[in-house]
Design a protein around this ligand. Sequence first.
Ligand SMILES: [Zn+2]
Length: 200
Amino acid sequence: MKQERKRLFIDIKTSAREREKLINLAVENGCNTVVFSLKDPFFKSKSSKCLKLTKRYALNIEAGGRDLPLLLPKRLFLFQPGLFRMEHGRRKMDRHFCPTNPKTISIIAQRAHFFISRAMEKMDAPRIFHLLPEEGHENTWCQCPACRAFRPAEQYLIAVNTAADVLAQFDSGAQLVYIDFDREPDAARVKPRDNLLVIG
Ligand SMILES: [Zn+2]
């Protein structure tokens, strides 16, 4: 029988002591899964108190969250602004990026490869990843001539599909959670990959 996952999302800024408290409390309340950001130190360290704790309670580990902006480093803006989103004719570094630029997609794939391969070492199958847009800015996407053909939710899905393809190369049974925030009935120009799991 597939066990239902009750999740605790750990914010990357949470201190070691606070993590311990949160995990203990969550387990007392029936939580069986902890979700860490892709760039969380949890995935970097070989041993940590947090890791011992998750092992002691045999918790499922998941990776990701509001991590989509991590996949395109902001430092690239200086020399390659075309990777980033356009607003009123100007490229902007903040929020999301230009997903119809093949260079953007290639960087997203490389970064996804790096983060997924690292996180996977601390996760057991069935593996679940999360790749959600920036909170409160779900609709802030690219208005360049090529992207204008796609709604924000579709632009988001183009990026998520890229990460889903990378994930499938590593683990064909793994799933990637995304949000469907597009309520338009004809929003099917970009099809979600089979290893995507929708929430929202
Ligand atoms: Zn664009």
